[in-house]
Design a protein around this ligand. Structure first.
Ligand code: GRF
Length: 221
């Protein structure tokens, strides 16, 4: 491998909650499955459990509370001001529960990914698991996508599916979906860090080939 390819990519991870996806990424980086270093974890929630996960392994953490800013624009400006000095190759939204302004998103276009707990384009926004159950869906899942200004609307990279059983509740389904999230998110980030994955205008390119509009389907087996 050339020196350039071997160089660890820098990730800044944004969270609002438990940080189980962050943990999967911390583990994947420390196992060298993902050729990257998490240089900072930022949260808008001061007591987000994910911040403890980061501190426990010596990752720098920062809190930017949305409550301290008069509007989204001002909050996002501060968020960008905190992120930029870390000079990240990729900004990772791992359960970051704030809607980002187009100005913020434009600064990180092609360099920011999100994981959403549904098979997009179905169920953008909140309550995805209950909505899938209420609709009588037989399959649920999660989608990793590049972030564009449209909420949960950026081009999909990779999705993972799980079966919905008739005993599933929103909570049981969330836990099944999370376990697939922990596989697909590090995998997509691994590809990005290997320079295999990129966004070209609104198309996702993996290994030189354009992915279809739903991205790739993760094969669990
Ligand atoms: C995940 O379900 C993710 O898809 C969504 O928020 C949740 C975050 O979970 N965006 P965690 O904080 O990574 O445990």
């Amino acid at each position: 491998m050339s020196a350039k390819l071997n160089k660890k990519r820098k990730l800044v991870v944004l969270i609002s909650g438990s940080g189980s996806n962050l943990q999967a990424l911390i583990d994947a980086c420390s196992d060298d499955e993902v050729n990257a270093e998490i240089v900072a974890v930022l949260s808008n929630i001061a007591d987000a459990k994910g911040l403890q996960r980061a501190s426990a392994v010596g990752i720098t953490t920062k809190v930017v509370s949305h409550r301290d800013y008069r509007d989204r624009q001002a909050f996002d400006q501060q968020l960008a001001a905190v992120i930029t000095p870390f000079n990240p190759d990729l900004v990772v939204l791992a359960g970051f529960m704030r809607i980002l302004t187009p100005t913020f998103v434009d600064q990180f276009m092609g360099k920011m990914v999100n994981i959403h707990p549904s098979l997009l384009p179905k169920y953008a926004g909140l309550d995805t698991h209950q909505r899938a159950i209420d609709a009588g869906d037989k399959i649920a899942g999660a989608t990793v996508h590049f972030v564009t200004p449209e909420l949960d609307g950026g081009p999909p990279i990779l999705r993972g599916e799980v079966d919905i059983s008739n005993r599933d509740t929103a909570a049981s389904l969330a836990s099944k979906v999370l376990s697939v999230e922990h596989k697909i998110f590090p995998l997509a980030i691994r590809w990005f860090c290997q320079n295999r994955l990129r966004l070209v205008s609104d198309k996702v390119i993996l290994d030189g080939d354009e992915l279809g509009e739903n991205g790739l389907l993760y094969n669990n087996h």
